[in-house]
Design a protein around this ligand. Structure first.
Ligand code: 3PG
Length: 207
């Protein structure tokens, strides 16, 4: 079974993708995969997000598609029903965690403090999303908690760019980083999938 830790090992960068037009989902996923990226966090921030997940899961089987921005128990279930292979939450409430466990899918719960991370560890979770990374202390925060919480691995996300990525990826407790810079809305709207593939290739080469 895929675990949260397995998810962190799929690519150095997990693209955080917002899809406004469901027709853009498959070509965007194909471009990311062609650039060498093996995983995609498709966010539940638009009305077409579940359709987009469904299409990517069915038509681009080589990329592991998960649902991001899961903020309610209902969304966890809907994402699983749409075919998401994993879930990502920006923060962690008991209700969302219970619903995520109930799907049986691997998931990356969000944490931005030591206490949140410890609570998630108490529930048996060791692969977490650190969000919002830059606003919550960035790489220095993760470096500081590697000593007291050595069992935890993170996917820091939020404000990270190609140029700040290396500092995070060099840390022992970072499995991968998340970011939206691979699929800027301008490029997706312009259907410039060649440019997205180029950004994906740069990101895939980070490690
Ligand atoms: C997320 O949901 O993980 C963030 O919005 C991604 O952050 P970024 O846009 O700063 O990369």
């Amino acid at each position: 079974m895929t675990t949260g830790s397995d998810l962190l090992a799929l690519s150095p960068v997990m693209p955080v993708v917002v899809i406004d037009d469901a027709d853009d989902a498959v070509p965007t996923a194909r471009a990311l995969h062609a650039g060498g990226i093996g995983v995609i966090e498709l966010t539940l921030r638009t009305p077409v997000a579940l359709t987009a997940i469904e299409r990517v899961a069915a038509e681009v089987p080589d990329i592991v598609v998960g649902a991001g921005t899961v903020t309610s128990p209902e969304q966890a279930k809907q994402a699983a029903d749409a075919g998401a292979k994993f879930l990502v939450t920006p923060g962690s409430t008991d209700a969302v965690l219970d619903a995520a466990f109930a799907t049986g899918l691997p998931f990356l719960p969000g944490a931005s403090t030591v206490s949140e991370a410890m609570r998630l560890a108490e529930r048996g979770l060791s692969a977490l999303k650190f969000f919002p990374a830059e606003a919550s202390g960035g790489a220095a925060f993760l470096k500081s908690i590697a000593g007291p919480l050595p069992q935890l691995r993170f996917c820091p996300t939020g404000g990270i760019t190609l140029s700040s990525a290396r500092e995070y990826l060099a840390l022992p407790n970072v499995g991968c980083i998340g970011g939206s810079w691979l699929t800027p809305s301008k490029l997706v709207a312009a259907k410039d999938f060649a440019a997205i593939e180029k950004l994906a290739a740069e990101a895939a080469a980070l490690r």
